[in-house]
Design a protein around this ligand. Sequence first.
Ligand SMILES: [Zn+2]
Length: 169
Amino acid sequence: MPSQNGQTPGVLAHKAAVADLLERNKKYSETYKAPPALKDGIIKAVNAGRRTTVVKLATISNAGGRTADAVRSILALDALGNLGTVMIVHHTDCGMTHFTGAEFQQKTAERHPDLAKPDMQFGEVSDPHKTILEDMRHLKGFKSFEDNGTEIRGFVLDLKTGRMTEAKL
Ligand SMILES: [Zn+2]
C-alpha cells in the first residue's frame, strides 16, 4: 500500500536499512585498522598453498545458496589458486522455500517484464536436505574439480538449533 509520499513501506524500510548500514560503517571505519597484509597490498583469496595466504575462507552467497549461481565465482577463485574444499551450505526456513519456481517466474514477469524469461530457473529450495544433494551432484558433475583435488562437501544448517549437519550422497 502506498504511503503518503507515494512509496511502498517495503521500499522505505530498505532505504532506512541502507542508511543504517552506512551510518554503522562510518562509525566502524573511525576505529578500523587495515590488516598488515592489506597495508602491504597483498591480498590472496582462498588457500592457494602459499605461506602468505591471508584469506583461507572465501564466501560466495546467493539466494538459496545454489551452486548454479556460484559457478562463475568458484571458477574465478580456482583460477587464483587451488580451491581445496568447497563447502555448500543450505539452511532450514530459507526464503527460497517460500515460493515455487512458477511463483518466482510469475512475480518476476509482473515486476520485471523486461528481464523475465519463461525458462528462467530460480533455484527454489523445496527441502534443504534434498537441494543440498542436488548441488553436491551438480559440482561433483564437473570432473575437473576432482582432477584438481577439489573436495565438494555439503551441509544443512538448522536455524532452530544453529547446528550444521553434513550431507552424504
Ligand atoms: Zn536462505
